[in-house]
Design a protein around this ligand. Structure first.
Ligand SMILES: Cc1cc2nc3c(=O)[nH]c(=O)nc-3n(C[C@H](O)[C@H](O)[C@H](O)COP(=O)(O)OP(=O)(O)OC[C@H]3O[C@@H](n4cnc5c(N)ncnc54)[C@H](O)[C@@H]3O)c2cc1C
Length: 429
């Protein structure tokens, strides 16, 4: 490939304790937890609202945050943001969970929430501004500026052109590992099914909304590709998408948009409309860190000394996991950390880790770890782990799942009872 060298002097626009690249749910949580520890935080978002896939991407559904038997596992900012999503818009928090953990141990109803994506986005903006985070929209982080393996800051492309922002600690919450890759941190690329879901309205759905007094009824699922996380019914003639080049993303979008147009062409023009289309590619995995630990499905019920949060399987009751700090870092890169869907995991272990509630918790842990690394003048992968865990516990994060929630069957060869999927919604996860 032909190459040219572009030499350019760019302005230095600011200096911060922590820069968070990407304002999805993980980035928002990282920014909030850093600023709540008294650190100066700059949050850089390339789009024009916060929330990432959870808002822009129309994935407006907190998967279950409990073990499927009435015990809440995900607290901390997972709980805080779920409640925030429901404050001013519609919600689907089950009655049993509305006031917190339900009475009695045998509650199979799971703790979930569908919410208004755009109202949640507006609330997130308010939350970060109220907390004192400095926010820049329309700002694409184009590269990390490295001195050896230390990141000195990031180059950002905005309407003013390219500019440099300096920071002591950098959180890559772009979901795509944009900062990690440009910093030379080892990463793993992913592949994606043909999924493209939007929201439509029709005369019939509007009538249903009026009749029930529930605005949610006004929206209907519309889709181009309609493939779930298990890849069922992926068309044989459609490739898997990497999402790591403009050509690939364009191909994914164009194919999906054409399928959607074909689907609606035959419908009466005045009877329906498209209300929302995803404004970012609905790609589950593009690129994640090849971290110091890679979480796998078989890590269920395993305790880690460096756990930063306990999480649960969203699609199968009982299964519990802990997420080691090592999933977010790579030794040798002293001030870079990631969170959300670019954390280190593989196979179904990665699916469990990337969904909205765990993405928020890893974001919260990343922000806390940055603050602690600055205060203790340590490398991000060597922060005093007990102090980090205590701080997260003070912020209501469950660090280690209680052993009495581990089913007896998990200790024997027969786990058949535990393998019953708990499909909480007709979602695509
Ligand atoms: C089809 C599909 C269905 C899903 N279903 C569910 C579900 O039902 N429930 C659930 O809980 N989870 C679901 N998920 C997973 C979940 O939505 C995501 O994994 C989670 O929201 C990831 O959050 P994040 O903050 O890590 O990343 P993202 O949401 O990807 O946020 C990254 C943010 O960074 C910004 N950004 C990217 N690059 C740059 C850059 N270079 N500079 C500046 N900003 C940048 C983006 O604009 C975005 O705002 C689904 C995902 C998909 C794709």
């Amino acid at each position: 490939m032909e190459q040219i060298c572009v030499d350019q002097k760019i302005p230095v626009l600011g200096s911060y304790d922590i820069i968070v690249a990407g304002g999805g749910v993980a980035g928002v949580a990282a920014a909030l937890s850093g600023v709540r520890r008294g650190k100066s935080v700059l949050l850089l978002e390339k789009s024009v609202i916060l929330g990432g896939l959870a808002t822009l991407g129309l994935i407006n559904y907190f998967v279950p945050m409990c073990n499927g038997r009435g015990k809440q596992i995900i607290f901390g900012m997972g709980e805080e943001l779920l409640r925030a999503s429901a404050e001013f818009g519609y919600d689907t928090i089950p009655e049993a969970w509305r006031k917190g953990e339900p009475e009695g141990a045998d509650v199979q109803q799971r703790y979930v929430c569908r919410y208004s994506p755009y109202i949640f986005a507006l609330v997130l903006t308010q939350m970060v501004l109220d907390a004192g985070v400095e926010l820049r929209y329309d700002s694409v982080v184009t590269r990390a500026v490295m001195e050896g393996t230390t990141c000195r800051g990031v180059v950002v492309q905005g309407k003013e052109g390219a500019a440099f922002y300096r920071a002591k600690m950098i959180v890559d919450a772009t979901g795509d590992g944009d900062v990690l890759r440009s910093a030379g941190v080892p990463t793993v690329a992913g592949q994606n099914y043909f999924t493209y879901m939007g929201k439509g309205i029709s005369l019939a759905s509007c009538e249903a909304a009026v009749q029930t007094g529930d605005i949610r009824q006004a929206y209907e699922r519309i889709s181009g590709g309609n493939i779930n996380l298990y890849g069922q019914h992926q068309p044989a003639d459609i490739p898997l998408f990497s999402g790591l080049s403009a050509q690939d993303v364009t191909d994914y979008l164009v194919r999906n948009q054409q399928v959607l147009l074909e689907k609606i062409k035959s419908q009466p023009r005045f009877s329906r409309d498209i209300a929302m289309l995803p404004m970012m590619p609905q790609l589950r995995t593009t690129c994640h860190i090849d971290g110091d630990y890679t979480l796998v499905q078989e890590d269920a019920y395993r305790h880690f000394e460096d756990s930063v949060c306990a999480i649960n399987d969203f699609d199968h009751r009982d299964y519990l996991y802990e997420v080691p700090l090592r999933c977010l870092v790579k030794a040798g890169y002293p001030n870079l950390i990631t969170a959300g869907r670019s954390a280190s995991a593989s196979g179904y272990g990665w699916d469990i880790l990337r969904v909205i509630p765990p993405a928020i918790l890893t974001g919260q842990a990343a922000g806390e770890a940055c603050a602690l690394a600055i205060e203790t003048e340590t490398q991000i992968d060597r922060v005093p782990i007990r102090t980090l865990q205590q701080r997260l516990e003070q912020a209501h994060v469950m660090i280690h799942f209680p052993d009495d929630l581990v089913p007896q069957a998990a200790h024997t060869a027969d786990q058949s009872d535990q393998n019953v999927p708990v499909q909480a919604d007709d979602e695509h996860f």
